[in-house]
Write a protein that binds this ligand. Structure first.
Ligand code: AMP
Ligand code: MG
Length: 501
């Protein structure tokens, strides 16, 4: 079947201005029976694609969103990159992804539209280039939840079944996810460029500046305060902010390899990620992270490790003299910890409804986390209960908070915290509003996500759609989605997530 109505996609291919080594032309997929499972109308609208999409039948959409038909005028490619995976460098590339092109949205932002799971590419190595439905629906759900949680992230436009059964540990339905991101430039893309020499790194850095940090074009190409040093600084700042946001929300990415860390500062690659239930700094969910390299408390230092790999790759641009370049890059990297801590502390203060500076703040935050850890308090529900209490409401119904809130020492902590709130600039009713905006009522609880996927596998998509709907309004303190605040009826100790390739 030929889809002819798709010329309005108006996709661009600026990535192909980079040296040819950076990408390879991609071929359409061949699947027996593509079928659209879910389509994100709201995102289509943001991309300005809604009119076109309204003209397409579900069958035509399924052809497009499985990669069997490419939009007219698009020049699909797979991107080359490298990456440190669990500390070891490998040459990688989009082994199961195709970039259809870039779409300039009405807000002036350029977005990559990428298919994931649409078959083998030049970079597939021994893989089949495919994906199964569970992990693709999981990425759809969690990336959209992250968006609603105000965390920079790639988004999900569609999921299609392919009609194929793919062998993993069993035969499972194949699927393709359509992912939308500010770009897919990764730390690993710079590591790949480094191998091609200075000209290639410079081409990539110039492209990254034009695309994500155009204001840096005002700085000189070399010498003091050059634009490449500034680019490193800007990525460091964006990543520090992103990882602070993960920590504040209780998100564990699970596979922070350098090929999964973006230059734009968005979260990408939702594989074995999960959200904290009880507060446990050592939480690790990924089945492949047996050493706990990417455990919750280790995400901030791992961010710095990854950025050091970016700095390594950018050294030739930062200064012609290697020692000077190392000194300048090290100076930038040293800012990371303070930058992260500022974002994180300010975020924690928002969560606690305190503003202004006070030397007691570090202790208030640190003590709270210690009490939460001792009592294995539920991370999300603890903050919701504190929020409700700040607004004069009863939060006793919140599971996973009872033991903590009954502890005498914690009750004393609450008195200190309330006194500290009174020193804030805001009035009490504003404090309640501020806390509501900083403490989500609903997060993608691991057991709810698993239930939604299990029901889908049994032919029922309702659980998934209801959960998605609740996740789209995480700060709505309404009773209609109180069930999503409940904890798993079965203990989730030892909960493991899989990369789902
Ligand atoms: P990830 O852990 O998802 O970031 O993937 C790491 C690398 O493995 C990337 O280069 C992927 O493109 C590649 N990859 C993952 N799954 C497959 C697959 N089924 N076939 C080919 N390549 C894959
Ligand atoms: Mg990846």
């Amino acid at each position: 079947m030929k889809v002819e109505k798709n010329h309005i996609w108006q996709l661009e291919s600026t990535y192909q201005s980079l040296p040819e080594r950076f990408y390879t032309k991609a071929n359409p997929a061949i699947f027996p029976a593509p079928e659209l499972v879910i389509f994100n109308e709201e995102l289509a609208k943001e991309l300005g694609l809604e009119k076109l999409m309204a003209e397409l039948t579900p069958a035509e959409k399924a052809q497009l969103f499985s990669g069997m038909v490419f939009p007219e005028g698009s020049e699909p490619i797979s991107q080359a990159y490298g990456g440190h995976q669990f500390g070891y460098f490998n040459i990688l590339g989009d082994g199961r992804a195709i970039l259809l092109g870039e779409r300039l949205a009405a807000n002036g932002q350029r977005y990559d539209i990428q298919l994931k799971g649409s078959g083998r590419t030049a970079y597939s190595r021994n893989g089949d280039g495919k994906a199964v439905i569970g992990p693709m629906l999981r990425e759809y759900l969690i990336s959209e939840a992250m968006y609603a949680l105000k965390i920079p992230t790639s988004r999900s436009l569609a999921v299609s079944l392919t009609g194929e059964k793919i062998y993993r540990h069993d035969f499972l339905p194949g699927a393709v996810l359509t992912r939308v991101a500010a770009s897919h430039l990764r730390v690993g893309t710079f590591q790949f460029a480094y191998m091609g020499g200075k000209e290639e790194i410079q081409a990539l850095a110039d492209y990254a500046i034009d695309r994500h940090y155009p204001q840096l074009n005002d700085f000189p190409i070399s010498g003091i305060d050059n634009r490449y040093q500034k680019l490193l600084a800007a990525v460091i700042e964006n990543q520090a902010e992103l990882i602070a946001k993960w920590q504040l929300i209780g998100f564990v990415h699970g596979v922070m390899n350098t090929d999964n860390m973006t230059i734009s500062g968005e979260t990408i690659d939702y594989g074995p990620c999960a959200f904290l239930d009880e507060y446990n700094p050592a939480a690790v969910f990924s089945s492949i992270d047996s050493g706990g390299r990417y455990r919750y408390e280790n995400q901030p230092p791992m961010g710095q490790w990854n950025l050091s790999r970016l700095a390594d790759a950018m050294l030739p641009l930062i200064d012609g003299d290697e020692d000077t370049a190392v000194a300048l890059a090290t100076g930038e990297l040293l800012n990371y910890a303070a930058c992260f801590h500022d974002f994180w502390r300010n975020g924690m203060k928002e969560k606690l409804g305190i503003s202004g500076e006070n030397k007691a703040d570090e202790a208030i935050i640190g003590d709270l986390l210690r009490f939460m850890e001792i009592h294995r308090a539920d991370y999300t529900n603890t903050f919701v209960r504190l929020t409700l209490e700040s607004g004069g409401h009863d939060g006793r119904y919140l599971q996973g908070t009872g033991e903590l809130f009954a502890d005498d020492k914690f009750i004393k902590w609450k008195e200190l915290w309330k006194k500290r709130q009174q020193l804030s600039e805001s009035r009490q009713d504003n404090i309640y509003q501020q806390m509501k905006a900083a403490n989500p009522f609903v997060i993608p609880r691991n057991f709810r996500v698993e239930d939604a996927l299990a029901d889908f596998a049994k032919g029922n998509i309702t659980t998934f759609l209801e959960l998605l709907q609740a996740l789209m309004h995480p700060y709505d303190y309404n009773s209609w989605h109180q069930k999503y605040q409940e904890l798993s009826p079965k203990p989730m100790t030892g909960y493991r997530t899989f990369c789902g390739t």
